[in-house]
Design a protein around this ligand. Structure first.
Ligand SMILES: [Zn+2]
Length: 493
């Protein structure tokens, strides 16, 4: 009994180590593991996450026939997910499920590379070896008794550490599929459209309207409004830029803020962010071709609006490349071509990744006006100077990105709204990142740019927006402002 317990114990431990190292550790390969402390932290994460497969294997390996089916399947799925995490530097989410399900065979052949096949085959062979080892064990009741530990322990462990475990294999398979299913239902909800009237009969032929949703970029780090570092040199040099330095966001997280900005929701009608159509629907009614171009995730609170556009495109995640916002530029070019070939007038929502943590992931390697930058993914292992430098680099990169978008629009009658969803804490009162209620999170960066031709055709709109920009605003200004460009106003505001 003691001998078979020892053998089976070693067996479970070996299966767990193999699957943890091959399928979970790749999630952390972006981490800088230069110091003993960071290596030990990573090992601690792996140990906490490895408990899940250990408990699962006590159940799956109790019966040798079940093990013979489950271990190879576990290896194939795990290899795919780990390969994705390693190559694309992203964890499995509903967006990736969506992209995977809508990838046709031709596109898939570009994604499925030889290293992936080799990785799957190696892990499949290891799985087969573990199956053979299991089959060679003498039949006893011991594995079934041990399976009880897993049956009871696994649900408790997952319940207690849910948030820490859910983004890693194998639970991320379940989590992303159920999130995808939920989002699919969510986007099909019928949303009501508040009536709007034309208060101004403005010509809209060949008008291009761009709304850039920024991420976690705070107002007081914009040199456009007076920040000491040159974080917006291009916007400061451009003509036609209207700064909006006094915008207050009631929400400090993306899911709350994005729908609030693009729908008629305001302080009196906060719920309209969840059940009323966004400005996309109104533009479509006026004959505009609409597109949502995203370098961010799908969120349950705004997935409906993403799918309400004529075109929904995600910035491609390609091998060894970073998820920089510049990947949206070819998509915008493509969308502008579609507009030119159809209605001639277009509305484009560009959802950027902006100043999202881990800042350096979203910056090109050679883009670092402020140094030294971050050296560790664990935020507290960096100095405040490093964190602020990297953060300011993302603000400067947003400036470069907006400048590139404007370059594509400057010869057309065009207007661009840039509104970040919320701010970011940079060490104030010992706080970092966002989603708390800290003051600095409530003041996101915002600006408007219009082309010379836009200024000639719509002088009254420009004066109105310039006057608005001097006022204290909330992010609810965006919906009526975008609608007013085409002379529309909702009847209930
Ligand atoms: Zn956000």
């Amino acid at each position: 009994m003691a001998k078979s317990l020892r053998t089976y114990g070693w067996y479970l431990l070996a299966v767990t180590c193999w699957t943890t190292v091959c399928f979970i550790v790749p999630d952390y390969l972006d981490q800088t593991v230069s110091t003993w402390r960071s290596i030990l932290t990573l090992a601690a994460y792996a140990a906490v996450l490895g408990v899940v497969p250990f408990l699962l294997f006590t159940v799956l390996c109790a019966n040798k026939y079940v093990a013979a089916v489950c271990l190879p399947v576990y290896a194939i799925l795990g290899s795919g997910v780990a390969y994705y995490a390693y190559n694309y530097h992203v964890l499995l989410t509903a967006r990736i499920v969506d992209v995977t399900l809508h990838t046709n065979a031709a596109e898939a052949s570009g994604v499925i590379a030889w290293p992936l096949i080799v990785f799957v085959v190696i892990n499949l062979l290891i799985a087969v070896l573990f199956v053979v080892w299991r089959w060679k064990m003498p039949p006893t009741r011991l594995p079934y008794l041990i399976a009880l530990i897993g049956l009871i322990g696994l649900p408790i462990y997952v319940h207690v550490l849910h948030g820490k475990l859910i983004h890693h294999y194998p639970l991320n398979i379940y989590a992303s599929l159920s999130e995808y299913h939920y989002l699919k239902q969510q986007r099909r909800q019928p949303y009501e459209q508040i009536p709007a009237v034309l208060t101004d009969s403005v010509p809209t032929d060949s008008l291009q309207v761009v709304v850039v949703i920024g991420e976690a970029t705070r107002a007081d780090h914009m040199s456009l409004y007076g920040y000491a570092r040159a974080t917006n040199p291009r916007m400061q040099a451009r003509s036609g830029v209207i700064a909006l330095p006094y915008v207050y966001s009631p929400y400090t997280y993306t899911l709350g803020s994005v729908p609030y900005m693009i729908t008629p929701a305001d302080s009196l009608h906060a719920k309209w962010a969840n059940n009323k159509e966004s400005f996309i629907a109104y533009y479509a009614d006026q004959g505009f071709r609409t597109a949502w171009l995203s370098n961010s995730d799908m969120g349950e609170t705004y997935v409906h609006y993403m799918y309400s556009a004529d075109t929904l495109l995600f910035a491609p995640m390609t091998k060894y490349e970073k998820s920089v916002d510049a990947k949206l530029l070819p998509l915008l070019r493509e969308a502008l071509c579609r507009t030119d070939a159809t209605t001639g007038k277009g509305l484009y929502v560009l959802h950027t990744i902006g100043s999202h943590w881990y800042y350096d992931t979203y910056l090109p390697d050679d883009f670092a006006p402020f140094t030294p930058t971050l050296s560790n993914r664990i935020i507290t292992q960096n100095t405040t100077e490093q964190i602020i430098n990297s953060y300011d680099n993302t603000v400067a990169y947003a400036d470069l990105f907006l400048d590139s978008v404007i370059s594509m629009l400057q010869d057309r009658p065009a207007i661009l709204f840039y509104q970040s969803d919320h701010g970011e804490s940079l060490g104030e009162n010992g706080q970092w990142l966002h989603a708390s209620d800290a003051d600095e999170l409530h003041y996101p960066a915002a600006l408007i740019w219009y082309s010379e031709r836009f200024g000639e055709i719509y002088p009254a709109t420009v004066s109105r927006l310039q006057a608005m920009a001097q006022q204290p605003l909330t992010t609810a200004y965006l919906f009526p402002a975008v609608l007013s460009v085409i002379g529309l106003q909702t009847t209930e505001q």
